[in-house]
Design a binder for this molecule. Structure first.
Ligand code: SAT
Ligand code: MN
Length: 587
């Protein structure tokens, strides 16, 4: 029972506005979640999948116009416009509250309001933050129960007076004209309406853990980042941890669950997964940076996930998973998506619910941004440290994007501030994870463009300030697994072989290999990347590492254009840009 008066007052106020038939507090018990699941099955909101092959798994379909994050409808509501900055949509809090109150009025009439007490991070740890999401969607309840830590322990924290983020969601009418995902950082509040797609409605994830989280991190001296966290154990049994920031749908889940090539496996290398999407980072007493994954599950892109690309992710989805907007095999009531295997169902149903023959149809069965929502504990490679929530010391931060040209396979920043510059200047081809055109290059600093909850110039400054506070900061690297040749073929095999590049980074951290200085930063000497048992020619490696003068002249112009959005950028960044320009000119 919730005895915290401010919680009860707030829930009452929200219920008066949205007018649900009843309010149900989620206690996180299996019994209650099962009951709620039964309701979803009875109303047809969700479907049960083959319980022998996929025990505890459910199927869900969103409205066809509601299949991805909607950046145009995502707003940051701060009193002053400049606090949201030039990269966010801004509306004043008063105006947005007024507009949304009208939309929320009676939006839950005839429905149940579920109150979900949740924690991002292991309850009670230094890193953890609490939220309550009020929602009229069972899909949200069941998904939040996978993605966050839900229930009694959180209620106890609240009853002890813990601060919490006030999250309100109503699917309302799923009216795309009136869809809003609004953040009120000054009030620690998130309101989302007229969507039922994960990124817009699982408010603990991008909304709290990144947008509100980044704002809180700036105030409180920590960082909320769009990063995977990976553990690497070497042949001597030593463990190292790295974080990687990549835009949505650029392979973070695959990198986080990487399977080492046989050659490294035989030598005793082992990879474990701490997180695949979000990292919260704090400086430890020893002056190093420590990371936790605040989530409790994976909300991964289904298409492209297969036994070869990511067997661990596939295994993770075999029980207790919700599949959204994938195709169904009606013969055995299982799921299918593009590139799962070479055996699409003949008697299938596509993500829209239409009859679909995967053998003959030229249409896609699954939506390109179809997803699995799977418990982290299912993951065969999940790291022990995930469960303690204590924070792992980070040796290296990796920035990367999806870039056919220009960006080399890997380079290392000269120092922390130069690394901040590299992160601020990174760009990537857009993917199906957000509404809009796919495949256009856009600047996405630190992969946080859609997720930074305040002015990005101040966010860059925060990065620089954090660097000053660390006596032993992580080294910073930039990677590009996606560079192509003249025939548009990928030059680098990617997936498990990315370990080879990460091992070079760890050698750099230890100081056991040298490097070549380029205008971009330090690149590997080709012989220092271990390509044993990999079929790659020295010419290909050379192409992967080449700094192309003309391409970089364009790149610099693009960075200048992007930077011109900001009124004031940290001098450290503009100095680095100037230095890069001079270096490229001299090539
Ligand atoms: O849809 S989510 O924002 O949760 C996933 C992503 O786009 O990174
Ligand atoms: Mn993401």
């Amino acid at each position: 029972m919730v005895t915290n008066q401010s919680v009860n007052d707030w829930v009452k106020e929200m219920a008066e506005m949205t007018n649900p038939d009843e309010i149900v507090w989620i206690d996180g018990s299996e019994k209650q979640l099962d009951l709620i699941k039964q309701i979803a099955l009875e109303t047809g909101e969700m479907l049960e999948l083959n319980q022998e092959k996929l025990p505890g798994c459910l199927y869900y379909r969103t409205n066809p116009k509601d299949v991805a994050r909607d950046e145009k409808r995502t707003v940051i509501c701060t009193s002053r416009r400049e606090d949201a900055g030039p990269t966010n949509n801004w509306v004043s809090p008063d105006e947005m509250y007024a507009k949304m109150r009208k939309l929320f009025k009676d939006s839950m009439k005839g429905r149940t309001m579920y109150a979900i007490p949740f924690s991002m991070g292991v309850v009670g740890t230094e890193f953890a933050k609490i939220g309550i999401e009020l929602t009229d969607s069972i899909y949200v309840v069941l998904s939040m129960a996978i993605m966050t830590r839900v229930g009694q322990e959180v209620i106890e924290q609240l009853n002890h007076g813990a601060d919490f983020t006030k999250c309100l969601h109503s699917k309302a009418q799923i009216n795309e004209q009136e869809k809003y995902i609004a953040h009120f950082p000054e009030d620690n509040t998130i309101w989302s309406i007229n969507s039922a797609y994960g990124g817009n409605v699982l408010l603990g994830k991008k909304c709290l853990a990144l947008r509100i989280g980044s704002y809180l991190g700036k105030q409180e001296g920590w960082m909320a980042e769009h990063m995977l966290i990976l553990k690497i154990e070497n042949e001597a049994g030593e463990s190292k941890y790295v974080c990687g920031a990549f835009p949505s749908a650029c392979g973070k889940t695959n990198l986080a669950m990487l399977t080492p090539p046989d050659y490294f496996k035989k030598k005793g290398y082992k990879i474990s997964t701490v997180g695949d999407d979000i990292a919260w980072l704090r400086i430890g007493k020893d002056g190093r940076l420590y990371a936790v994954n605040p989530e409790n599950g994976f909300f991964g892109v289904a298409p492209g996930t297969n036994q070869k690309s990511n067997p661990n992710a596939l295994q993770t989805t075999k029980k207790g998973t919700i599949f959204t907007n994938v195709a169904r095999n009606l013969d055995d009531n299982t799921v299918w998506w593009e590139k799962l295997d070479k055996n699409p169902p003949e008697n299938g149903e596509d993500w829209l619910g239409n009859p679909w023959n995967g053998k003959t149809s030229s249409e896609k069965g699954a939506h390109p941004n179809s997803r699995f929502t799977a418990p982290a504990e299912n993951c065969p490679t999940i790291a022990d440290e995930f469960f303690t929530g204590e924070g792992v010391p980070i040796s290296a931060i990796i920035f990367g994007g999806r870039r056919a040209k220009a960006e080399p396979l890997v380079y290392e920043a000269k120092d922390w501030n130069h690394g901040v510059f590299i992160g601020s200047a990174m760009a990537s081809e857009t993917t199906a994870a957000a509404n809009g055109q796919v495949g256009v290059v856009r600047h996405d600093p630190m992969a946080m463009l859609p997720f930074c909850g305040y002015n990005m110039a101040e966010y860059f400054q925060h990065w620089i300030d954090m660097g000053k506070k660390m006596t032993n900061p992580p080294r910073i690297f930039h990677v590009n697994w996606f560079r192509t040749d003249e025939n548009d073929e990928f030059l680098w095999p990617g997936f498990g072989d990315n370990l080879r590049v990460i091992l070079w980074m760890l050698h750099r951290c230890k100081g056991t290999v040298g490097a070549v200085e380029t205008p971009l930063g330090y690149e590997p000497k080709p012989e220092d990347i271990d390509v044993e048992e990999l079929n790659i020619t020295p010419e290909t490696l050379e192409k992967l590492l080449r700094v192309d003068k003309d391409a970089w002249k364009h790149e610099i112009q693009d960075i200048e254009n992007f930077y011109s959005k900001f009124e004031q950028l940290p001098k450290e960044l503009t100095d680095s840009l100037e230095e890069l320009k001079q270096g490229i000119d001299k090539l």
